[in-house]
Design a protein around this ligand. Sequence first.
Ligand code: ATP
Length: 226
Amino acid sequence: MKHIGLFGGTFNPIHVGHLRAIQEVQNRFALDKCYLIPAALPPHKEPGEVVDAKYRLEMIQLAVSEYSDRLNSVVISDVELKRSGPSYTIDTVNHFKSILPDYSRLYLILGIDAFLEIDTWKFCVDLFYLTAFIVMTRSISVDTEGTLKWKVLEDYIKGKISDGYKFSISRSCFVHDEKQTIFFVDIDSLDISSTQIRNLIKKGKPIKLFVPKKVEDFIINKGFYT
Ligand code: ATP
């Protein structure tokens, strides 16, 4: 069995939070390969601020080359950029299922913020038959009293996806008789978002702590996000 991660996003721009997250997930789940998949026309984002797909792809290439010693088997995929129309994850998962050998197991990697909107995605329920999920929870899985917020997740998953999901405490995941497992992983992630980086640039503030050097230089040279 080969374990294959699919990590999609707008990457507007890619930042060290994304890169650290991939490293952590790859290590914890012993993924054989992880595809980084920029979205062409993200269905959930306002188009105005999203830089052209070819430049977002170029920034990903620069970031991965700078982090090549720390990222194992990361492959950049332009599959969504080659399709016309909005980037729907279901189409991307079907694409990888069609090109990868049968012994591959797919894991869709996403942050908890993205996961908690998944009921708005096209053919969302079908996705859970096709791929397992790795949801990166950052610190939100524990509330101020220290109790796990599994109940919130359980209500969301049972209410919006399928009542048949059951929580497995020992494995921190939700399992289902017919659908694939939803794993949760509390990663030691960095509190960084692309929005934050774009806002810093607008205010003329430095971004060097948040993006690889080559990406910083590229953004400055192109004058993006000003
Ligand atoms: P924006 O601020 O523009 O919404 P973003 O920083 O959330 O962007 P995306 O490209 O939308 O970046 O995210 C791609 C995926 O990476 C999503 O699943 C998101 O939850 C996850 N992600 C984003 N930032 C981090 C981070 N700092 N640590 C871990 N995962 C992250």
